[in-house]
Design a protein around this ligand. Sequence first.
Ligand code: NAD
Length: 291
Amino acid sequence: PGKLIDGRAFAAGICTEIAREVSDLHARHDRVPGLAVILVGDDPASDIYVRSKVRRTMAVGMRSFAHRLPAATSQVALLDLVATLNADGDVHGILLQLPLPGHIDVKAVLDAIDPAKDVDGFHIVNVGKLGVGRDDGFIPCTPLGCLMLLRAELGDLSGLHAVVIGCSNIVGRPMAQLLLRENCTVVVTHINTRDVAAETRRADIVIVAAGHPGLVRGSWIRPGATVIDVGINRIHDDAGSHVVGDVAFSEVRAVAGAVTPVPGGVGPMTIACLLHNTLRAARAVIENAKT
Ligand code: NAD
């Protein structure tokens, strides 16, 4: 069987290194990176994500500022909070937990965030920088985590044939842009693609972010390929309730050279990359300020 890519261990290593750099920054400049998280409404899944982000932020020694607002919060009030956080020197990163309630224009709020504090990489300026292959913007955390795993596994990705399944703005599209920046040959597939399997069979790298359990079968995979499973799907069966990815795991593992498990693959990398981006945002401010 193919190798299991241990995202949990990889993410723990990144967080250890981040904690070291945070304490170094504190020792040299007496400043600590700060991450603000905004949650609007009481969606249970979002609440779990926010709690875990707060916990992990503090675990690496950063300051965490959680802003929990009622579902009825107006767009004006939300924009006011964003403006306050943009101006707050203790806040280096701002994360707006999605989804937002329907009466709020998500784009307007995302684009109100200072691009230099946009550690999720969803501001149109950061999206644009990635789109033209620049490396001075922020990259969305989940695709960045996938890229780190791929680089660790394969080294230089130049010339490799990569197939991305799914083209959402938070995973598939930025993933495709990143792989293009790494000089891969990139094919992006989605729900309207006529024959996804015909594409993946040629791939050295397959990245699946479709939200469809068991979508990718063993027969879709070229022997030895590297498979990154972004899917998080909760299913209920005789064994109870559990989380699975988008690949038919045992089939795919039998053919692939390496594959990420779910859970324990891409998931832990996402928060590690959020902290990585926050550290980068903080360093740009703290190390460039007068000492
Ligand atoms: P989305 O629903 O916004 O987009 C899904 C994409 O997959 C769409 O582009 C759609 O066209 C495509 N798609 C759906 N079914 C398909 C099929 N049968 N064949 C080909 N393409 C298909 O979802 P998203 O936000 O991009 O998330 C995708 C998955 O990744 C979900 O399971 C989500 O929970 C998971 N996710 C995980 C993390 C993480 O940290 N690991 C982060 C974000 C999302």
